[in-house]
Design a protein around this ligand. Structure first.
Ligand SMILES: NC(=O)C1=CN([C@@H]2O[C@H](COP(=O)(O)OP(=O)(O)OC[C@H]3O[C@@H](n4cnc5c(N)ncnc54)[C@H](O)[C@@H]3O)[C@@H](O)[C@H]2O)C=CC1
Ligand SMILES: O=C(CO)COP(=O)(O)O
Length: 338
């Protein structure tokens, strides 16, 4: 059955999901704060800054008026980078309150908030009053927008404490190339999503420095160990980390040239400066900020995250990447299972 869906955030992922939902037969309004981008989407069906090869459906309606996008929507999908999430959610809350509207909220944001270390669903719960929303569902997993745009096979997870709502999102989003599984572990799904970006920067850096397959496999595997350790310390189900929002997303992000985090790491490995890399990416590199949040959180919780610590020193304290790698490799030898 066709649903009325609002998508907030028209970057690479928000606009691609909005287009897919239109093609799934739903009535979709896509909100962007940028009027020029809205005009391009409505008039020429393109979004060249973010998705240069995608021609969007002419049934997709874009708007820069959030109230217009949200009016009547039963489901609201939020695809805003972590840094802007709270502000957009606060704006949304006011509109929902005025409309007396109580939609199901889905988000696809992958990060942790600076200083508070909150997960996206925690930020949304704080900003959107309970009277103005139903549950919050996390949509996560190995899903580069570029691949979904060309209808490559993709499998993701819809995680929600209320499994009926995860089921509903599973049905709305699934089609013959996009397969959605469900999970009730929101904490695990969000930690997996946020922390894999750190490891992806590291994997890109290794490749930029000229390391090969063994090094990448070691980084991914030991990266997953520290992602799981932090997630489990906050109540995540360890099994989630061997699922799509865990190892699945880690593998795609740490091995793909489509990944902004991998590309950032690659350029750092080749000797480019961080500010320069951020300036030229033109899209969000969540892992840069998540590295800082996760490093601080791991110290607070006393969870060992040696790869995250090494990347933190490289990104925020100017340590040479090769030194950071030597330091990682010369730590006391230890057991794999902790
Ligand atoms: N690009 C991808 O393939 C995937 C991205 N994600 C996640 O989705 C989130 C969004 O990523 P992308 O779409 O890639 O980012 P992007 O950089 O391509 O686009 C971000 C969009 O959010 C808007 N935005 C940022 N701050 C805002 C604010 N304060 N108010 C209003 N609009 C704001 C920007 O104008 C832009 O349209 C990130 O957390 C990312 O990790 C998740 C899965 C896949
Ligand atoms: O989360 C993603 C794919 O699942 C996107 O990763 P990047 O932000 O590194 O492009």
């Amino acid at each position: 059955m066709a649903e009325q869906i609002a998508v907030l955030g028209a970057g690479s992922w928000g606009s691609t999901l909005a287009n897919m939902l239109v093609e799934n037969g739903h009535d979709v309004k896509l909100w962007s704060r940028n009027q020029e981008q809205v005009d391009q989407l409505n008039n020429e069906h393109v979004n060249p800054h973010y998705m240069k090869d995608l021609v969007y459906s002419d049934k997709l309606v874009a708007t820069s008026d959030m109230a217009d996008a949200v009016k009547g929507a039963q489901v609201i999908l939020i695809v805003i980078p972590t840094k802007g999430l709270r502000q957009v959610a606060g704006q949304l809350n006011k509109i929902l309150e005025q409309n007396n509207q109580r939609p199901l909220i889905v988000h696809a944001t992958k990060g942790l908030e600076q200083n508070t270390y909150k997960r996206p669903s925690e930020m949304l719960m704080e900003e959107i009053n309970e009277e103005n929303r139903r549950d919050i569902v996390v949509l996560s997993g190995p899903s580069h927008a570029e691949d979904v745009a060309i209808k490559d096979m993709t499998a993701v997870t819809a995680a929600c404490a209320n499994i009926n709502d995860a089921d509903k999102i599973q049905k709305l989003f699934s089609n013959n190339y996009f397969r959605v599984y469900t999970n009730n572990d929101v904490i695990g799904a969000e930690f997996g999503a946020a922390l894999k970006n750190i490891i992806a920067i590291g994997a890109g850096a290794l490749q930029g420095l000229g390391y090969h397959d063994n090094a990448r496999a070691a980084l991914i595997t030991r990266g997953l160990a520290e992602i799981r350790r932090l997630g489990v310390a906050f109540g995540a189900n360890p099994m989630t980390f061997i699922g799509l929002s865990g190892v699945g997303d880690l593998v795609v992000t740490a091995t793909s040239k489509n990944s902004r985090n991998w590309r950032a790491g690659y350029q750092l490995g080749q000797g480019r400066k961080l500010d320069d890399v951020i300036e030229h990416m033109g899209m969000v590199i969540e892992g840069v900020y998540t590295t800082k949040a996760a490093h601080e959180l791991s110290l607070k919780r006393q969870v060992k995250m040696p790869i995250t610590d090494a990347l933190y020193r490289v990104l925020y304290e100017g340590e040479d990447i090769k030194n950071a790698i030597s330091q990682l490799m010369s730590r006391d030898l230890t057991s794999e299972i902790e």
